[in-house]
Design a binder for this molecule. Structure first.
Ligand code: TYM
Length: 337
């Protein structure tokens, strides 16, 4: 079309490290499909990131395929987007090496997630855990992404990515697009645990009732919401300070129904927590049921998933190679005559 601007690039990734939760869905994955018409999107299964904490190899392999199927089941169209597995594109590791030389030990050791994970995995504080945000910066910068949809917990890593991009551009001349985070407005950016609403909902929580996974069946979803922590006054009102459990359930309800908080409060005015929790569970299960069925259908067709992955790898590698060549030239690597 005459005068049409090329679309901006968008990148995001999810780790195949265990079950994907409704926190991952609300904070990130559901936006992946929403943004696919407006941007040139690349979405990766971040297996290189996953091995920074110990993984069972067979389980990691299975989770990689499951996550790719889940992306598609959540509405990401492989005809419109590039879907690939991070380890299939070696440029991610290659750029990480170069960016390591401009990333400071001090800034990496100050990252909140590094500090949290070092405390949680004290027996395995490996270099990869510390270098994790540099690999993440490489993921994003390789594709010259302008936008990165993530949950609030990744904001600090996005800031580091921006710092590294600016630092490189200043030292070697304009090379990287400086990306913006796309974080959902309000509390959907940080869905809390159902068992302890002062903590983030996380797939690595040792209490399985603390999170709902994208593969939980209807009965499990209803049971987990029935058990969710609320408070002793019986009013369904959004007040994260004084009513963190109820507010978190309202956030989840609104994310899954498209209602706003005021509408939801009106809907449950005068009703007890029992009715409310059942309604939240049903709203979530109504969305998860067809996603789970579609994912199962896709997983039965490995040939198709492998073909999507292969196509994604080729498309991603082509773009990544271009950026990496530019980087190598800028830093002064001799490329022959
Ligand atoms: P991961 O796999 O831990 O989480 C995937 C996405 O889910 C978001 N998220 C949440 N959002 C709201 N509430 C929650 N309780 C919640 N828990 C997780 C995360 O913010 C994330 O967006 N490092 C990334 C993966 C990654 C990546 C990248 C992301 C690798 N390279 C490049 C963006 C760009 C991660 O660990 O996500």
């Amino acid at each position: 079309m005459e005068g049409a601007q090329p679309k901006q690039k968008l990148f995001s990734a999810v780790q195949p490290s265990g079950a994907v939760t409704i926190g991952n869905y609300i904070g990130a994955i559901r936006n992946f499909a929403v943004l696919q018409d407006e941007y040139d999107c690349l979405y990766a299964v971040a297996d290189l990131h996953a091995i920074t904490v110990r993984q069972e190899p067979a389980v990691l392999r299975r989770n990689t395929l499951e996550l790719l199927a889940l992306f598609i089941a959540c509405g990401i169209d492989p005809e419109k987007c590039v879907l690939f597995v991070q380890s299939h594109v070696p440029a991610h590791c290659e750029l990480t090496w170069v960016l390591n030389t401009i990333a400071y030990l001090g800034e990496l050791s100050r990252m909140t997630q590094f500090k949290d994970k070092s405390a949680r995995h004290a027996e395995n504080v490996n270099m990869g855990l510390m270098d994790y945000p540099v690999l993440m910066a490489s993921d994003i910068l390789l594709y010259q992404a302008a936008l990165v949809p993530v949950g609030a917990d990744q904001k600090q890593h996005l800031e580091l990515t921006r710092d590294l991009a600016v630092r490189f551009n200043n030292r070697y001349g304009s090379t990287f697009t400086v990306p913006e985070p796309f974080i959902p407005k309000g509390s959907g950016a940080r869905v809390m645990s159902l068992a302890d609403p002062s903590r983030k909902m996380s797939k690595s929580d040792e209490n399985p009732n603390a999170f709902v996974t994208m593969s939980d069946d209807r009965d499990t979803v209803l049971r987990k919401f029935k058990r969710a922590v609320t408070d002793s006054d019986a009013e369904v009102r959004y007040d994260p300070e004084n009513k963190p459990g109820v507010s978190n359930l309202l956030t989840i309800y609104c994310a899954f129904t498209g209602r706003d908080t005021a509408e939801a409060e009106r809907e449950f005015a005068g009703k007890g927590y029992g009715d409310f929790k059942l309604a939240v569970g049903e709203a979530v299960a109504d969305v998860l049921d067809p996603i789970r069925a579609e994912k199962a259908r896709l997983l039965a067709d490995k040939g198709y998933l492998n073909a999507v992955m292969k196509r994604g790898e080729e498309a991603a590698a082509r773009i990544a190679r271009r950026t990496l060549s530019k980087v190598y030239r800028k830093v002064g690597f001799y490329a022959g005559e």
